[in-house]
Design a protein around this ligand. Structure first.
Ligand code: ATP
Ligand code: MG
Length: 259
């Protein structure tokens, strides 16, 4: 076991399309650029984080699916792949992961599969960042059972704001029943479009809501088309266009987390 003080951070929100994956990929990239070592774990069968880090699945490549479904014979080290950026590693995902859900359903300790599988990685990295699917599935529960911290991306849109309440209930239920160490590190407002009244409106609501105000990061992630372009070339925006809003905003978020 290494001697780093590993921070294990889940990026979670049951709502789809709020910027979870973009946050995982770019926080990973921002930490890496600051000389930190990072392991990204893609726990979403859509495998967007895997793609976003430029990893193409090849025949025979193992994924997080193999890791949690064959815990006796597959080791974490067997499924970790390097990305093209030194210090930034990945445990890839695959559509098969959707099937893991059903396979695990009857197993004892099913919520703790990922934790068991990754326990040996504590101390090896500065950060372990976990991407989650947009549902409260057994996969998400596995992530929340293992993580110590949660970052919640909240799109600056009324539905996303309204959904925070349920999300917090979920996180507190996991904390109470499965993982007492879990804490919400912060909420990050995403997809902020300064030209729209609704974006400003929702940001104000977050700032003035007693439940969320203290948790809100100062950094706001602005809408930035370069983020979509960077997904097309399979690179974090941080490495694709250093001067873009996307790069600046995620660097600033990483700095808040390091402070
Ligand atoms: N700041 C941004 N500016 C512009 N586009 C963005 C930004 N953040 C995310 N996007 C785009 O919005 C879409 C949703 O983002 P992302 O995939 O990160 O959300 P998600 O919460 O992971 O979605 P899912 O719940 O489906 O996993 C993607 O097409 C992404 O490229
Ligand atoms: Mg995603």
């Amino acid at each position: 076991m290494g001697d780093k003080k590993t921070r294990i951070i889940a990026v979670a929100n049951e709502k789809g399309g709020v910027g979870k994956t973009v946050t995982v990929v770019n926080l990973g990239a921002a930490f890496c650029r600051q000389g930190k070592t990072v392991l990204v774990v893609d726990m979403d069968p859509q495998f967007n984080a895997t793609r976003g880090l430029g990893v193409d699945m090849k025949d025979g490549m193992l994924t997080v699916y193999d890791l949690i479904s064959d815990i006796e014979s597959v080791r974490a080290a067997d499924v970790i792949v390097p990305t093209q950026w030194k210090g930034l590693d990945l445990i890839p995902s695959h559509v098969d992961l959707a099937g893991a859900e059903l396979e695990l359903i009857d197993e004892i300790g099913r919520e703790n599969r990922l934790k068991q599988a990754l326990e040996s990685m504590s101390g090896e990295y500065d950060f372990i960042l976990l991407d989650t699917p947009p549902s409260l599935s057994l996969l998400t529960v596995n992530v929340l059972a293992y993580a110590k911290e949660v970052i919640v991306p909240c799109q600056t849109h009324p539905y996303a704001y309204a959904a925070l309440d349920d999300l917090f209930d979920t996180i507190f239920a996991v904390k109470k029943n499965i993982n007492t160490d879990l804490r919400i590190t912060g909420i990050v407002a995403t997809l902020f479009d300064s030209r729209t009244r609704i974006s400003h409106n929702i940001l104000e609501k977050l700032k003035n809501d007693d439940r969320y105000a203290d948790l809100l990061f100062d950094t706001v992630i602005r809408v930035n088309t370069t983020i979509a372009e960077s997904a097309d070339v399979k690179k974090p925006v941080i490495f694709y266009r250093k001067g873009s809003y996307g790069s600046t905003d995620y660097t600033s978020l990483a700095n808040e987390l390091l402070a």
